[in-house]
Design a protein around this ligand. Structure first.
Ligand code: NZQ
Ligand code: ZN
Length: 386
């Protein structure tokens, strides 16, 4: 196992009816900005629960943060923070609203002239404005990690940011919120969290036995819960397991002491920036192709995964590893997610080259757990996914 430091300061408040606890967690006398998305919270009762809980606080609202949180809209919210002298942020939403709030947390205390520099110049956030979250969509793990992904339509960019100052102070995880999530977003949450685990597991063995088993147990739980939650998102027991699996998939725990990959995400972000394809679906497009392209370096872990997660006990290492890739693709299909780029856009020709060009431009010239995947490799991986 490799050396590691581990600190996760986010307080999780999990369970039915817990949204009312916001009031205990936000410091007294705070001036609060409540941030939300396109309005789903006004149809499912979450808005009322949050507003009731904020009773007694001086608070302002900012709605309309879109999926793939948009820089220009966030700059409008930043103006509100400055004008209204806000000192606590409350995100009520999925990954997009939480990520947008993380950007604002950083930008509110940023001393430079152009907050885009935080993303463009990869400036880590050591200290941000404090914020809490009410999670409405299990998927990204953003509710318990310190990363964010921000989009700028104008330049077709989708860039990552983060730093130790961007952990939420608290996150409320009430699985009842899952009941109103449309099937497409439930499937996205399943695919995103599943791939988060794979990115931190499908590398090479280093005898980090506990991390491996943490990862495998999250994958097994997602596989088990997927048909139940797709059939009935109001199944509370299934929703609770789904929600906690998504959080555990990307709160930092399973990546400690092990090599991690993240190439699928880095290439996937470019597909969202270029074509607007949902984040989770870009991962499903690339996973099979990425594992096939990197078969030799990943086959030991692929075979272990096939055996322990999918119960494939027959065959050689190579045969098991191939079956592991096949099972992964079948899993995406089983939750209604297509795995070829051409199933999302007819203008896929040349995408591999464009993704490679963009990665090179951003200095991402050594992706993957060995840091050896050059933009030309990314080009071939994307082309294999047409
Ligand atoms: O905007 P509203 O009207 O609220 O509707 C949202 C949105 O349209 C809807 N929704 C959310 N909760 C709902 C609901 N509809 C009904 N009932 C509810 N309870 O779902 C739609 C999608 O929401 P969004 O927040 O965009 O989804 P998700 O949580 O999948 O977040 C995706 C974003 O997170 C980034 C992605 O790149 C993408 O921008 N990621 C963030 C990560 C992180 N911070 O650690 C890691 C991930 O890998 C990912 O990159
Ligand atoms: Zn993701």
């Amino acid at each position: 196992m490799n050396n590691f430091d581990y600190k996760n300061p986010t307080k999780i408040i999990f369970g039915k009816g817990e949204i009312s606890k916001i009031a205990i967690e936000i410091p007294e006398n705070s001036k609060v900005l409540m941030l939300y998305g396109g309005g789903s919270i006004k149809k499912n009762g979450i808005y009322e629960q949050v507003v009731d809980a904020l009773n007694g606080f001086d608070f302002v609202e900012f709605g309309g943060i879109p999926a793939n949180p948009e820089y220009d809209i966030l700059m409008d919210a930043l103006a509100v923070i400055k004008e209204q002298k806000i000192d606590f942020l409350l995100a009520v939403g999925g990954g997009s609203v939480i990520d947008g709030t993380k950007f604002l947390s950083s930008a509110a205390l940023f001393e430079g002239d152009h907050p885009w520099d935080i993303l463009d110049k990869k400036i880590p956030t050591q200290k941000g404005m404090p914020f809490g979250t009410v999670l409405t969509l299990p998927a990204t793990g953003s509710e318990m990690n310190s990363g964010a992904v921000i989009t700028r339509k104008e330049t077709k960019e989708k860039l990552v940011m983060g730093g130790p100052g961007l952990f939420p102070v608290f996150s409320i995880l009430d699985p009842s919120v899952v009941a109103s999530i449309p099937e497409r977003q439930v499937a996205n949450g399943l695919a995103d969290s599943f791939t988060h685990v794979l990115e931190q597991y499908m590398t090479y063995p280093i005898e980090a036995n506990l991390q491996d088993r943490f990862a495998e147990s999250i994958l097994q739980t997602i596989i088990e819960v997927a048909p139940k939650i797709l059939k009935d998102p109001s199944d509370y027991k299934a929703a609770a397991n789904f929600m906690w699996s998504c959080t555990m998939a990307l709160n930092g725990l399973i990546q400690k002491g092990v090599p991690t990959d993240w190439a699928i995400h880095m290439m996937g972000h470019e597909l969202t920036a270029l074509y607007g394809i949902d984040h989770a679906r870009t991962l499903a497009i690339l996973a099979g192709s990425h594992y096939t392209y990197n078969f030799e370096t990943k086959k030991a872990k692929l075979a272990q995964y096939a055996e322990r997660v999918w119960n494939i006990t027959e065959g050689t290492i190579d045969e098991k590893a191939k079956a592991g890739i096949q099972k992964t693709v079948e899993f995406f299909h089983s939750i209604g997610i297509q795995t070829k780029l051409s199933e999302y856009t007819s203008e896929y020709e040349g995408t591999g080259k464009e993704v490679a060009r963009r990665l090179a431009e951003r200095g991402m010239t050594g992706l993957g757990e060995h840091g050896r995947l050059a933009p030309e490799d990314a080009e071939r991986i994307v082309e294999k996914a047409y």
